[in-house]
Design a protein around this ligand. Structure first.
Ligand code: GLP
Length: 240
């Protein structure tokens, strides 16, 4: 695992944007795995800000897969992760919405295997952008998730619902269920790029990078991956 200590969230965003641009320049049909949450926002803003630059690659042929999705929100709800990723990245890069896939929250029972098939049909994910939860969760794989898990429905912990209440009017509006890529799904991506910023992530980063490989810290699965890059700002890297 390659750990890159950086200063600020903006520096993390700039380096992550360099990695993504380099991939798309090399392979204009790259398959990107996209995370939501606040951690990747500086990265996404940076990519959109560079879009008009001469060195910017074309994103026309890129395919995208989101990591997870809430179950129980109506189609088009602004807090669905599908709408969120359109708003925060793909619309800004001019990527056709039809090229952006997310687990089908309208059919949660069958969505998992279908999502796995869709990712495989696209040739697998080339680069997976990841954030990390304060408890070490990846996507919505909370502590205790099987390291081999695939896309499936999960129940959110109270802590994660409280953490995500900031995007909703109140915690009561945060769905209880989600569809999430599994840790096994995430590990199939050819390159994992985890971005973490802020003091609230320091303990999770220390556990993921230097702790034992364990389901109690789902992000420790990065230790098993042959090509994982972890970008941290000063605060998130403070425990290393
Ligand atoms: C959510 C998302 C994760 C994200 C994590 C951290 O639960 N499902 O994909 O990485 O929270 O979020 P943030 O980056 O806002 O701290």
């Amino acid at each position: 695992m390659e750990v890159v200590p950086l200063g600020t969230p903006e520096e993390v965003g700039a380096v992550a944007a360099d990695v993504i641009e380099a991939l798309v320049r090399r392979d204009p049909e790259a398959v990107l795995g996209l995370a939501t949450g606040s951690s990747p926002l500086p990265t996404y803003r940076e990519l959109i800000g560079r879009r008009e630059a001469e060195t910017a690659p074309s994103y026309d042929e890129v395919r995208c897969f989101t990591l997870d999705e809430y179950v129980g929100l109506p189609v088009g709800h602004p807090e669905t992760y599908r709408e969120t990723i359109f708003r925060e990245l793909t619309d800004g890069l001019g990527i056709d919405r039809a090229r952006v896939s997310s687990p089908d929250a309208m059919d949660p029972e069958h969505a998992g295997p279908r999502y796995e098939d869709a990712i495989a049909a696209a040739g697998g994910v080339d680069l997976q952008v990841l954030g990390i939860g304060a408890d070490g969760h990846l996507a919505f794989n909370e502590p205790g998730s099987s390291l081999a898990s695939l896309t499936r429905m999960k129940t959110l912990t109270d802590q994660t619902r409280r953490d995500n209440a900031r995007f909703f009017g109140s915690v009561d509006e945060v769905p209880h269920h989600v569809l999430t890529q599994g840790l096994g799904t995430i590990l199939r991506a050819r390159h994992l790029l985890l971005v973490a910023t802020g003091a609230g992530k320091a303990a999770a980063i220390a556990a993921a990078v230097e702790g034992p490989l364990s389901a109690s810290c789902p992000a420790s699965v990065l230790q098993m991956h042959p090509h994982a890059t972890v970008l941290v700002d000063e605060e998130a890297g403070a425990g290393l």
